[in-house]
Write a protein that binds this ligand. Structure first.
Ligand SMILES: Cc1ncc(COP(=O)(O)O)c(C=O)c1O
Length: 396
């Protein structure tokens, strides 16, 4: 029997919308109890007991000695630019959330966009080398979709050229490369604990590092440049995490292994359900990497599938599956970087362009059951089976 598709006049496969990045809320009662405790004690911010405990446990989980919890990752990246004393150009992928670029530009630096390795979606180290100029000051790696960046090759390049290396690890808390947790690579790594991220603290972030001096500078800068005694020692901002955010973060942290299990199970169902669908493939972790599977990354080969990536997304939306095209079209095609052209994009980015035309992110996490995942796969299979009719309808 031909499966009825919403885009062809059928009823949507799902009565309620399935979202990519629906917040995972683990143990809400524990969150509320801790917030109540914080309110009873009137300690709501300023490195209270919950933030202090959160920092210790994040450092442990990331396998590092220092963690400074923050109100978000963006300010963490900006503080890192200041602490590392960066100037001039910072090499980074274009294929990332725009915050990677904006935070450096905000600090007066010049993001220089680098192409990716099509097989992994991560920075291509050989391309990084080609982009180094006398103005280059740092490489900002990104562990895209929670999969580790090529950390060993980037460390070699940074050492050879005397560049600062640090990571935008917004997607990658809980992931590991060859048994070493993400958090311990480069001079420091910056996590995001935004509500849609693997570890949810409503909004939040952290700088983690093994460098005590760097950690002390970040700690001072995140609190108006003040030292432990409260004396102002230099320039700073307000980037503090609140106690309620730490309460949420701690509950997320306590459920970390369960969430990895849930995400891994859903990923396995997607892999099985999409197996053999022409033109459809699913990204898998590299051998030796452990990933949090916070993102399910499907790719559409439009020739083989008979549908473009955008047609697949439109048809999925009609079924109430709110699939996303992140990070289309890449930072280099986004204002203000697109207008400045070669300043930010000195070399063409053909693999970034190819990737950004193929990727579809699918819903996962606690907000979607394995049965729903199976149903999403059945819908995608039916879309490809009926591609000519879908194409004709969408062209009208
Ligand atoms: C790759 C990347 N970097 C940085 C950020 C910024 O994180 P935050 O929202 O915590 O500032 C995000 C958030 O979406 C991201 O995806």
């Amino acid at each position: 029997m031909v499966r009825p598709l919403a885009v062809l006049g059928g009823t949507p496969a799902f009565a309620e919308k399935l979202h990519v990045g629906k917040p995972n809320i683990l143990n809400p009662q524990r969150v509320l109890d801790r917030i109540r405790q914080a309110m009873d004690s009137y300690v709501l911010t300023h490195s209270g007991p919950l933030v202090t405990e959160f920092e210790r446990r994040i450092a442990d989980a990331a396998g590092v000695t220092h963690c400074v919890a923050l109100c978000n990752a963006s300010i963490g990246l900006q503080i890192m630019a200041r602490v590392l004393g960066l100037h001039g150009e910072v090499i980074m992928p274009s294929y990332t959330f725009v915050a990677t670029a904006h935070t450096m530009r905000w600090e007066g630096l010049t993001p220089v966009f680098c192409d990716v390795d099509l097989a992994t979606g991560q920075l291509d180290p050989e391309e990084v080398r080609r982009l180094i100029t006398p103005r280059t000051t740092a490489v900002l790696g990104v562990h895209l979709w929670g999969n580790p960046a090529p950390v060993d090759a980037l460390a070699d390049i940074a050492a050879e050229h005397g560049l600062a290396l640090f990571y935008d690890s917004a997607h990658a808390f809980g992931s590991a490369h060859q048994g070493k947790p993400i958090g311990g690579f480069g001079r420091a790594e910056v996590f995001s604990f935004h509500a849609t991220k693997f570890l949810n603290a409503f909004e939040g972030g952290a700088v983690v590092t093994d460098d005590p001096d760097l950690a002390a500078q970040v700690r001072a800068m995140h609190n108006y440049g003040r030292d432990k005694a409260g004396a102002v020692r230099g320039l700073g901002t307000n980037a503090k995490m609140t106690e309620p955010a730490a309460a949420m973060g701690l509950a997320s942290l306590e459920g970390k292994e369960e969430l990895i299990r849930v995400n891994t199970e859903r990923h396995a169902h997607y892999a099985a359900g999409l197996d053999g669908v022409p033109g459809i493939s699913l990204r898998r972790p590299e051998p030796g990497d452990r990933v949090n599977h916070s993102y399910v990354v499907m790719e559409v080969d439009s020739r083989a599938a008979g549908l473009s990536r955008d047609q697949v997304i439109t048809a999925l939306h009609a079924e109430n599956v709110l699939a996303r095209d992140h990070f289309h079209p890449g930072c280099h095609r986004t204002p203000p970087y697109a207008e400045a052209g070669r300043l930010h994009t000195p070399r063409p980015l053909p693999r970034t362009e190819a990737l950004s035309a193929r990727v579809v992110l699918l819903p996962t996490g606690l907000g979607v059951s394995v049965e729903q995942v199976d149903e999403v796969c059945a819908v995608i299979r039916a879309l490809v089976d009926q591609a000519p009719a879908v194409r004709r309808t969408l062209a009208r």
